[in-house]
Design a protein around this ligand. Structure first.
Ligand SMILES: [Cu+2]
Length: 262
């Protein structure tokens, strides 16, 4: 149903939508019942001449069960929601499938820079491809992204992918996505990051393999300038390296545990 409004363009988009729908279906009857009861009680026990208010403590068993049983029901539904949410969370954020490609995403006030490692599959080499505010992807390919911020907190949000991930200065945050639909989709920073926050939009272009290969071939190889400040990878699997870059020296990969000594 949500896909009527926003395309499901990633492999986990449908799972996220199902979770949102499940929560809505569980919560909506409680919301409606509570609101109906509230307004009915307000009307039924409205002030009338000569009628005195009763003070009910709720201590009698016959009164207490009106609180206790709905409470148990809420707890049961809470458990259902938590279990369903953890399963989706695990698939989206924790259990990353093996990557077929990598992309580095760099947020700054107020633009997105996307770096592809190029044909050699290695970042910080001469064949890297860098774009600003346009992320070119190949459909059905599993990407691992490495998300950085150069300045303040940002949030990389691609509604069609059902993906939102904060970018934190000083950290390289790892995640993944697999685009499943060709086309062009919105990217928007989802964390208030300064006066230009509302302008910090970009586009994701998902191409067929042939079109992406053509783009890769034609894209200019930009000599690497400063890309990210020293960062600490946030997942243990990816924590072995952080990137150190400077405008004057060639790029080099520096083991995280040596950063403090340099
Ligand atoms: Cu931002």
């Amino acid at each position: 149903m949500i896909s009527w409004y926003v395309t499901q363009a990633s492999s986990y988009a449908a799972d996220v939508d199902r979770l949102i729908l499940l929560i809505a279906i569980i919560v909506a009857p409680f919301f409606l019942a509570a609101e109906l009861a509230l307004f009915w009680l307000i009307f039924k026990f409205r002030a009338r001449p000569g009628a005195q208010a009763r003070y009910i403590t709720g201590e009698k068993p016959s009164e207490r069960r009106w609180v206790v049983w709905p409470h148990y029901l809420v707890l049961v539904f809470d458990i259902i929601i938590v279990v369903a949410a953890l399963r989706v969370w695990n698939d989206v954020k924790i259990d990353m499938p093996p990557p077929e490609e990598h992309v580095r995403i760099i947020a700054q006030q107020w633009a997105w820079t996307f770096v592809h490692p190029g044909p050699d599959g290695q970042f910080d080499t001469a064949d890297d491809i860098s774009t600003v505010d346009v992320l070119n992807l190949e459909v059905d390919r599993i990407y691992h992204y490495e998300l950085h911020s150069k300045d303040v907190l940002h949030s990389f949000s691609v509604p069609a992918f059902r993906l939102k991930q904060d970018a934190v200065p000083g950290r390289a945050i790892m995640g993944w996505f697999q685009p499943t639909v060709t086309g062009e989709f919105d990217v928007q920073c989802a964390e208030i990051c300064g006066i230009g926050h509302g302008l910090m939009a970009a586009r994701v272009r998902v191409w067929s393999p042939a079109a992406q290969a053509l783009w890769m071939e034609a894209a200019p190889r930009i000599p690497q300038r400063a890309t990210v400040t020293p960062a600490v990878a946030s997942t243990s699997a990816q924590a072995s390296f952080a990137v150190r870059a400077s405008a004057s020296t060639p790029h080099e990969r520096v083991p995280v545990n040596q950063q403090g000594e340099r």
